[in-house]
Design a protein around this ligand. Structure first.
Ligand code: GLA
Length: 500
């Protein structure tokens, strides 16, 4: 949680501007709500001295970068910086800020780490990829690993790293970064907010244990409508994204400030479970997301009824969709108001572009029986668009949850894994796997690492099918894997479990 200079100021920043924003972080009461980082994005670079050490921009940062970090720290906040994995920064390309040429980390990994973290005292770095893609065409994984290694070697303390490759870069990123951008740059427009939520709905399996999908800096206070702002902030909160405010804190509208300080929304984001919700229900562009809150498999869950359409939408969602039953108390998370309890369905009309965030406290938590393909962890998944026939999540009309996984198979490693298949007491279950047939495909099933035989071979053409097996689950979490080491698998849609 914090603030970053880019959305409002681009490269037109200065030492006094940054310190002013840091002070406003305290005076607006945002610091007291948990916002702590003040991040200097692109635009502070000057020249490299004779030894190669980066110097601050001569006119924008005459007081120097250490003085800025010191002022931020003196306010009880943390300080962040920006760089690029290549030789040139994005600003030097897109904003014609030619001073950023040669400012990137490429060839200066250790010396920059020494300057930024030891000499200047910054705590966080966002590492962009403009120079590394456009100028040098470097592969992402080795490049970011090398930078991380240099930072670890030189910094002398843990530094938070943000990988800014504008797409989910691959599962290796958890070793390198505490957060990673999943999309191109956000804009203060509804279409942009919607696109980012849409991308992130497939990425819940990749966020955990202090490593998060970064939905980009917030555009709150920058002209979206109140409903859109609520969707934007609330979805960033429930999806456990970093929350980096992007507006001018000294002129922020009161309603936007109040939203950013909403403790109940912030609690969704800062929950110690650190989960990202999954889509549990969908009709066209109306989605219901849900996740556990405070306790795994407990009776309390949080949910977002997200209306991405341009018309009011009436949701009618059975409680069983949330694996809850019995009398269930509903709280509107934004207002804190208690709503009428229910024991069957949640019915709510949500305005266009708006989202209703609800906390559900049920009498009973049911064992989950339904798992979507789009919740699976795919070890070889990335969204870089570099490979032909990459393993991916794809929207398919008529599919359960609206999507399937495609291009699983062809190697032992290219599998789909559900890590948290929960059984309360363990025992024998029937698994029914729904799939879309694919030419020359096969399907192999493993439960907790052990192969399980299916009731037959999968169909390789025609309509969606179901194939079954009897499996044994142990009490607690189980792992289910589907793959095919030498051929493709069919396009997997979902599976259901029935206790025998
Ligand atoms: C890229 C990043 C932005 C910002 C700019 C700076 O576009 O994605 O968030 O950091 O570079 O030039």
């Amino acid at each position: 949680m914090g603030w970053s200079s880019w959305n409002t100021y681009r490269v037109h920043i200065s030492d006094s501007l940054i310190v002013r924003q840091a002070k406003a972080m305290v005076s607006t009461g945002l610091k007291a709500k948990g916002y702590q980082f003040i991040n200097v994005d692109d635009g502070y670079f000057g020249h490299r001295d004779a030894q190669g050490f980066m110097q601050p921009h001569p006119t924008r940062f005459p007081k120097g970068m250490k003085a800025v970090a010191d002022s931020i720290h003196a306010l009880g906040l943390k300080a962040g910086l920006y760089s690029d994995a290549g030789r040139v920064t994005c600003g030097s390309i897109w904003d014609k800020d030619s001073i950023g040429i040669g400012a990137g980390l490429y060839g200066h990994e250790e010396i920059d780490a020494e300057q930024y973290f030891r000499n200047w005292g910054y705590d966080f770095i966002k590492i962009d990829y403009c120079g590394a893609t456009q100028e040098l065409d470097l592969p992402e994984e080795p490049r970011y690993r090398a930078i991380k290694q240099a930072i670890d070697k030189v910094a002398g303390r843990p530094i938070d790293i943000n990988v800014c490759r504008w797409a989910y870069p691959g599962t290796w990123v958890t070793d390198v970064a505490t957060s990673w951008r999943i999309s191109g740059d956000i804009a203060p427009k509804w279409g942009s907010v919607m696109t980012i939520i849409n991308k992130n709905r497939f990425l819940s399996a990749y966020a955990k244990n202090g490593h998060y999908n970064d939905m980009d800096m917030l555009e709150i206070g920058r002209g979206l409508t109140p409903d859109e702002e609520q969707t934007h902030f609330g979805m960033w909160c429930i999806m456990s994204s970093p929350l980096l405010i992007g507006c001018d804190l000294t002129t922020i509208p009161a309603s936007s400030l109040a939203l950013l300080k909403n403790e109940r929304l912030i609690a969704l984001n800062q929950d110690s479970l650190a989960l990202q919700p999954e889509v549990v229900w969908r009709k066209g562009e109306a989605y219901v997301f849900a996740k556990d809150f405070r306790q795994r498999n407990g009776n309390t869950r949080v949910t977002a009824f997200y209306n991405a359409t341009n018309k009011p939408f009436t949701f009618s969602v059975p409680l069983s969709t949330f694996c809850l039953a019995g009398k269930t108390k509903l709280t509107d998370i934004v207002s804190g108001k208690k709503l009428r309890a229910t024991s069957d369905s949640i019915i709510a009309t949500v305005a266009p572009h708006a989202t209703l965030f609800l906390q559900l406290e049920a009498k009973q938590r049911l064992e989950p029986t339904h798992y979507e393909a789009e919740w699976a962890f795919l070890p070889l998944f990335d969204d870089l668009g570099k490979r032909s026939k990459p393993v991916s999540y794809q929207d398919v009309e008529g599919a359960s949850g609206g999507a399937v996984i495609k291009n699983v198979g062809g190697s032992k490693e290219n599998l789909a894994r559900w890590n948290e298949v929960y059984s309360k007491e363990g025992g024998n279950y029937r698994i029914d796997i729904r799939y879309y047939p694919r030419k020359d495909s096969q399907l192999h099933l493993h439960v907790n690492g052990q192969p399980v035989s299916l009731s037959g071979s999968v169909q390789t053409q025609g309509q969606p099918q179901t194939i079954s097996a009897t499996i044994k689950l142990r009490p607690g979490n189980n792992t289910i894997e589907m793959n095919s080491p030498y051929t493709w698998t069919p396009d997997i849609d979902c599976f259901d479990l029935t206790k025998m």
